[in-house]
Design a protein around this ligand. Structure first.
Ligand SMILES: NC(=O)c1ccc[n+]([C@@H]2O[C@H](COP(=O)([O-])OP(=O)(O)OC[C@H]3O[C@@H](n4cnc5c(N)ncnc54)[C@H](O)[C@@H]3O)[C@@H](O)[C@H]2O)c1
Ligand SMILES: [Zn+2]
Length: 376
């Protein structure tokens, strides 16, 4: 049984995006190598660190003093925490601040925070002076396993999440698992839903390993690095084979059609975090697959049991603050998804570790399932 938070060799995962390939370096304490790695990649660059107030409070000084000790010039751009910062207003503020700090083509943006900062700073990097390099130092579990892999950046529109953005991969990601020690437990757990998703969609062995080792990953033991590395490698492989989401990449949306509907029903608020909504959504995808006879009931139960054991919601009844019903959810699903010839596309499963795209789902079946699920 692995328990002690040992410091081990970092793991590097390459995200093979042609001439925009980049490395994700994963390990406890790897952020200490930030200045040396930047000096090697972009000698002489001036740095602008984009972060949020929470991350700034606990971690900013440590990295600023490391960078200035290495003789680097840094400026800081700090935005309020939370999804509201993925707005046109924040985007404008960050772009203007980068221009005011005279960040130019040879310089570098450091996105230092969770998925919100990665998406916002990455999109500013894609846009200012028609594209600047950026390095990501993800500080949430979600950002380490999900949003730092694949190069999607962007902000929200009044019409919905992530509707304005660009593919703009970072040149390097440093995923320091020790930064997660200060992450609130609820945010860690929400990120865990996306981590478990990688096992559930395509790697039954990894899922079984998580069932045995998730507590060590939560506690900050060596299982944390291992789990993050496996999930990054899994997503990196999928993204490299299908960067523009014409096929396999869609499987990463396991739980997301149902999940987005729950998230929208909660008003994209902290009543239900994204990862919590995805946990609900994964439970639905498995249970719906079982109801359609596509997957054994035992696999659906096993998936749900694990998410629940990790403290994640698997039924809206676990989240009393979110009030919704089958009709409202169906409307949200129809808004989120293009309905083709009266049919919906879902990511469903044939079992643990084997998700597939189901393009021909009858909305009436989804409705019937939701009625049953919501009534218990
Ligand atoms: N680009 C992609 O491929 C992709 C993929 C998945 C999700 N996303 C996006 O990621 C966003 C969600 O990311 P998130 O869950 O990381 O949320 P987040 O960035 O809002 O971080 C969650 C909370 O944790 C705080 N925090 C972050 N790191 C901390 C630390 N080390 N210690 C203490 N507090 C810390 C933040 O201030 C915030 O309050 C969403 O906007 C989603 O759309 C993008
Ligand atoms: Zn997600």
């Amino acid at each position: 049984m692995m328990t002690a938070p040992l410091r081990s060799e970092p793991t590097t995962v390459n995200v093979a995006l042609g001439n925009r390939a980049y490395d994700i370096v994963i390990g406890r304490g790897v952020v200490a190598s930030l200045s040396a790695r930047i000096a090697a990649l972009k000698p002489g660059a001036r740095l602008a660190i984009v972060t949020d107030e929470n991350v700034a409070r606990v971690h900013l000084e440590t990295i600023e003093s490391q960078l200035s000790a290495a003789g680097m010039t840094t400026s800081r751009i700090v935005v309020p925490p939370g999804e509201a910062s993925k707005s046109f207003t924040s985007f404008e503020r960050v772009c203007d601040a980068l221009i005011a700090a005279r960040i130019e083509r040879n310089d570098l943006i450091v996105a230092f925070g969770g998925g919100v900062i990665g998406d916002l700073a990455g999109y500013a990097a894609a846009s200012v002076r028609r594209g600047l390099d950026f390095v990501q130092v993800p500080t949430t579990l979600l950002a380490q396993v999900d949003s730092s892999v694949g190069g999607k950046t962007g902000i929200n529109s009044r019409h919905g999440k992530n509707l304005v953005g660009a593919f703009h991969p970072p040149i390097l990601v440093l995923a320091d698992t020790a930064l997660l020690d200060t992450l609130p437990q609820r945010d860690f757990r929400a990120g865990y839903a996306e981590l478990a998703k990688f096992g559930l969609l395509g790697d039954a062995g990894f899922f079984a390993w998580l069932e045995a080792n998730w507590q060590d990953a939560f506690a900050g033991g060596p299982a944390r690095e291992h789990a993050i590395a496996i999930a990054c490698r899994g997503k990196a492989g999928i993204v490299a084979r299908d960067e523009r989401e014409t096929g396999e990449r869609a499987l990463l949306n396991l739980g997301h059609t149902f999940g987005h509907a729950f998230e929208a029903a909660a008003g994209f608020s902290d009543k239900l975090l994204h990862g919590e909504a995805i946990s609900l959504g994964i439970a639905c995808a498995f249970e719906f697959s079982a109801k359609l006879g596509l997957t054994p009931q035992a696999d659906a139960e096993r998936a749900v049991r694990h998410l629940a054991a990790a403290g994640l919601p698997t039924s809206v009844r676990d989240v009393p603050a979110v009030k919704t019903n089958a009709d409202a959810l169906m409307e949200l699903i129809a808004q989120d998804k293009k309905v083709k010839r009266g049919k919906l596309t879902f990511i469903l499963v044939r079992g643990i570790g084997s998700a597939f795209v189901a393009p021909d789902i009858d909305p009436a079946q989804v409705h019937a399932f939701l009625v049953q699920k919501l009534s218990g």
